[in-house]
Design a protein around this ligand. Structure first.
Ligand SMILES: Cc1cc2nc3c(=O)[nH]c(=O)nc-3n(C[C@H](O)[C@H](O)[C@H](O)COP(=O)(O)O)c2cc1C
Length: 194
């Protein structure tokens, strides 16, 4: 069973309710380091295991070399729309300390930092779409990462474009209702929302 956001059980803050992962980016919109700064500031203040902050981000703006490098590692189904975004970002987890000790919560912590970032982005009017569909090994090599770091996801940053400019199959996905499992399926114990 699924539930659309229009029938959610409890009201959400606008910064959460307004977040979504779009594919229709404006190919003429640009973003600057100043404009995306608040997003990375939000990531910086996320919680992490032992305050290890095992995250880092490599940012490319459309037209520059970093953007082309990241774009070149995307699965073709992602590249077709992501190429129009204003920025592409590699989201990197530090998986081990310098001494080789595993940071076992690193992926969790990075995900939490990106969640913070995506909420701040919604406040700033910037759209974020995270992707797992890319070649992590190729991108890690291209960025010169050592084996204590891994690109876990990449993401687009940009402004809303025209849905009609997307390939037809993606237009359908863009217009489809956003759905979620019911709250009662996620929560149990002494809180029961079934
Ligand atoms: C780790 C992760 C990997 C994802 N990979 C892709 C991807 O490769 N391509 C894509 O179009 N969307 C990708 N997404 C976006 C999800 O499909 C999207 O978040 C989900 O459908 C819910 O939609 P919403 O973000 O609009 O609420 C990914 C999201 C996450 C968090």
């Amino acid at each position: 069973m699924t539930e659309s956001t229009s029938t959610k059980t409890f009201p959400l803050h606008d910064a959460l309710a307004g977040r979504r992962s779009p594919r229709a980016y404006s190919p003429s919109a640009t973003l600057t380091p100043e404009q995306v700064g608040p997003l990375f500031e939000a990531a910086r203040w996320a919680a992490s295991s032992s305050n290890s902050q095992p995250w880092s981000f490599v940012v490319g703006f459309r037209g520059d070399e970093v953007f082309s490098t990241i774009l070149g590692t995307l699965a073709s189904g992602n590249a077709v729309w992501a190429e129009h975004a204003s920025a592409l970002v590699a989201n990197i987890a530090r998986t081990h300390t310098d001494e080789g000790k595993a940071l076992s919560h690193a992926w969790y912590d990075l995900g939490q930092a990106v969640a913070h970032l995506s909420v701040q982005a919604t406040v700033e009017g910037i759209l974020v779409h995270q992707m797992g569909g890319f070649d992590s090994e190729a991108l890690g090599n291209a960025l010169g990462l050592d084996d204590h770091h891994r690109v876990v996801t990449v993401m687009t940053l940009g402004l809303q474009g025209d849905v009609a400019d997307l390939p037809e199959n993606l237009q359908e996905r863009e217009k489809a209702p956003r759905v979620r499992k019911p709250l009662g399926d996620l929560v149990s114990g002494s809180a029961n929302y079934a």
